[in-house]
Design a protein around this ligand. Structure first.
Ligand SMILES: *Cc1c(COP(=O)(O)O)cnc(C)c1O
Length: 456
C-alpha cells in the first residue's frame, strides 16, 4: 500500500518565486553561475542534499540539551554511543564535516607512490588523497558508467579489478580500500551487501584495511532491503550493522544521513590507527570529544542517526526521488536510470542535442531551469569537468548532466511536481538555446566561481 511522508509540518519557512524580470537580473548579476545567485532569490533549491535537511522536533529539543563543556561533554557521549551503535566501531573521531575527516585520515596514510581504490571516490575524498600524494583509483563496475542500464546495484565495486590491483601492488602500496555508499559520484547508486562482503574478503586476504565512505549508509541499506532478495526480511538496522561489520573503518559526512546541518566523523576498529589520527584531529578540528562541533550539534546528530534508520522515513525518502524521476520522464526529460537515493540527474544533451559541449549545454539547462521557474540545480558537465589539452584544445566531460539533489524532509510532492513542470516548459522552449561562453575562470574548481555570458 502506498504511504505518504511519516511526518507533518510544525514550522514553515516562506519561499518566494521572484518575477521573471528579477530572475533575469539575478542571472545576469551572477554571471549565469547559480552558485552566485542569492538563496533568497531561489524558489525550489535543489543545489545539494548536504546539510540542507530539516531537523525533527526531537532534534531541535536535543539541541537544548547540548552540553558545551570543552572536554568529555555529556553530548559527546551521546554522539559516541550513537555512532558506535550503528557502526559497531569502538573508536570515533568527530569532525565538522566529511572532508575534514578525510583530511585527518589521509594526512596520516596517503603518500606518494601509494594507491587508494574505491568504487568511485567522491570529489573531496579524491582531492584529499591526491593532496597528500597517493593515487585515487576508481573501480566501479562497468555498468555503473552506463547512464541508462536498469540494474539494482550500479554502485558496486569491480571485484575482479580490485583483486588484480591488490595482486599487482601488494599491501605495501595500498594503505586502504574504500567503498562509497551510496555511490554519489556514480549517481547515488547503491552497493549490494554481497559486494561489500566480497570487497572486504579480498581486502583482508591481502592484508589491506577496508573503509566505507558512509555518507548515505541508511539510503544504501534501504536499497539492499528492496533489491537484494536475501535481505528482504531483515530490518534496515540489521542491514546497517551488517554493512559496517565488514569494514575496518568509516568516514562520514553527517550532513547527509546524519540528518544534520553540519558534522561528520571517522570511525575505526584499529586502536593504533585511532591514536595516530588523534594529533591531526586536535590540530585541524579540535579536541577529541568535539572535533569542531558544538555540543548541541553532537546531540542533534545522535538523534538524527537514529531517525534516519526508520523504515517509513526511508521509504518516503527514496520513494520521493523515484516519483520525481518518473514525473520528469513524463515531461519528456531524459534522466539517468535507475534513480538513486538522493538526486535525479537530467541529461542535458537530450534537451539541447544541437549544442556542442564547448557551449556548456548542462549549464544552459541549469540556467534555463532557474529562468523558467526559480529552480536551482547544479551543472555536472563540461563546466565542472571540461579541460584543455596541451595544445589548448577543448576536452569535454564524459556526460552533460544537471543534478537536482533533494534535501531531506524539506520539499513536498507538489514542489517536485512543480520542478518537473518547469523542466517540461524548458524543453518546449529549447529550440532557441545558443549556449554560453566563459568570461572569467579561476585556476581550479572553476564551476564554483566562474562567470559566463550567453552566446547569440
Ligand atoms: C558530501 C560527501 C563527502 C564530503 O562531505 P562534506 O561534509 O561535504 O565535507 C564525502 N563523500 C561523499 C560520498 C559525500 O557525498
Amino acid at each position: 500500500m502506498w504511504q505518504p511522508e511519516p511526518y507533518r509540518i510544525k514550522m514553515v519557512e516562506p519561499i518566494r518565486l521572484p518575477e521573471r524580470v528579477e530572475r533575469e537580473k539575478y542571472l545576469e548579476q551572477a554571471g549565469y553561475n547559480l552558485f552566485l545567485v542569492p538563496a533568497e532569490a531561489v524558489f525550489v533549491d535543489l543545489l545539494t542534499d548536504s546539510g540542507t535537511g530539516a531537523m525533527s522536533d526531537r532534534q531541535w529539543s536535543a539541541l537544548m540539551r547540548g552540553d558545551e563543556s570543552y572536554a568529555q561533554a555529556r553530548s559527546w557521549f551521546r554522539f559516541y554511543e550513537a555512532v558506535k551503535g550503528f557502526t559497531g566501531m569502538e573508536h570515533v573521531l568527530p569532525c565538522h564535516q566529511g572532508r575534514a575527516g578525510e583530511n585527518v585520515l589521509f594526512s596520516e596514510i596517503s603518500k606518494p607512490g601509494l594507491t587508494i581504490p574505491s568504487n568511485n571516490h567522491f570529489d573531496t575524498t579524491r582531492a584529499n588523497i591526491e593532496f597528500y600524494g597517493a593515487e585515487a583509483l576508481d573501480l566501479v563496475v562497468p555498468e555503473g558508467r552506463d547512464p541508462h542500464k536498469i540494474l539494482p546495484f550500479k554502485g558496486n565495486l569491480d571485484l575482479g579489478r580490485l583483486e588484480e590491483t591488490l595482486k599487482k601492488l601488494g599491501r605495501q602500496k595500498v594503505p586502504l580500500v574504500m567503498c562509497t555508499v551510496t555511490n554519489n559520484t556514480g549517481g547515488g547508486q547503491p552497493v549490494s551487501l554481497a559486494n561489500i562482503r566480497g570487497t572486504s574478503e579480498i581486502c583482508h586476504r591481502h592484508g589491506v584495511p577496508f573503509f566505507l565512505d558512509a555518507c548515505r549508509f541508511a539510503e544504501n541499506a534501504w536499497f539492499i532491503k528492496q533489491r537484494e532478495p536475501e535481505y528482504k526480511n531483515k530490518s534496515v538496522r540489521e542491514i546497517v550493522r551488517e554493512m559496517f561489520s565488514f569494514a575496518d573503518g568509516a568516514t562520514m559526512s553527517a550532513k547527509k544521513d546524519g540528518l544534520g546541518n553540519i558534522g561528520g566523523f571517522i570511525a575505526l576498529r584499529d586502536e593504533a590507527l585511532a591514536k595516530r589520527l588523534q594529533s591531526a584531529l586536535i590540530l585541524r578540528e579540535g579536541f577529541l570529544t568535539y572535533g569542531g562541533l558544538a555540543g548541541r550539534d553532537l546531540e542533534a546528530l545522535a538523534q538524527g542517526f537514529e531517525e534516519v534508520q526508520e523504515e517509513s522515513y526511508l521509504q518516503a525518502r527514496v520513494g520521493q526521488i523515484a516519483d520525481f524521476g518518473e514525473a520528469l520522464k513524463a515531461h519528456g526529460v531524459s534522466i539517468l536510470e535507475p534513480t538513486g537515493g538522493h538526486a535525479v540527474y537530467l541529461d542535458a544533451k537530450s534537451v539541447f542535442p544541437k549544442l556542442p559541449a564547448e557551449r556548456f549545454p548542462a549549464q544552459a539547462l541549469t540556467v534555463a531551469l532557474y529562468r523558467e521557474g526559480g529552480v536551482r540545480g547544479v551543472e555536472i558537465g563540461s563546466l565542472m569537468f571540461g579541460k584543455k589539452d596541451e595544445n589548448g584544445a577543448f576536452v569535454p566531460a564524459a556526460m552533460e548532466l544537471v543534478r537536482l539533489a533533494v534535501p531531506r524532509r524539506v520539499y513536498t510532492a507538489s514542489h517536485l511536481a512543480y520542478v518537473a513542470d518547469v523542466a517540461g516548459e524548458v524543453i518546449k522552449k529549447a529550440g532557441g538555446e545558443k549556449g554560453y561562453e566563459l568570461t572569467y575562470e579561476p585556476p581550479f574548481l572553476r564551476h564554483f566561481t566562474s562567470r559566463l555570458r550567453p552566446l547569440s
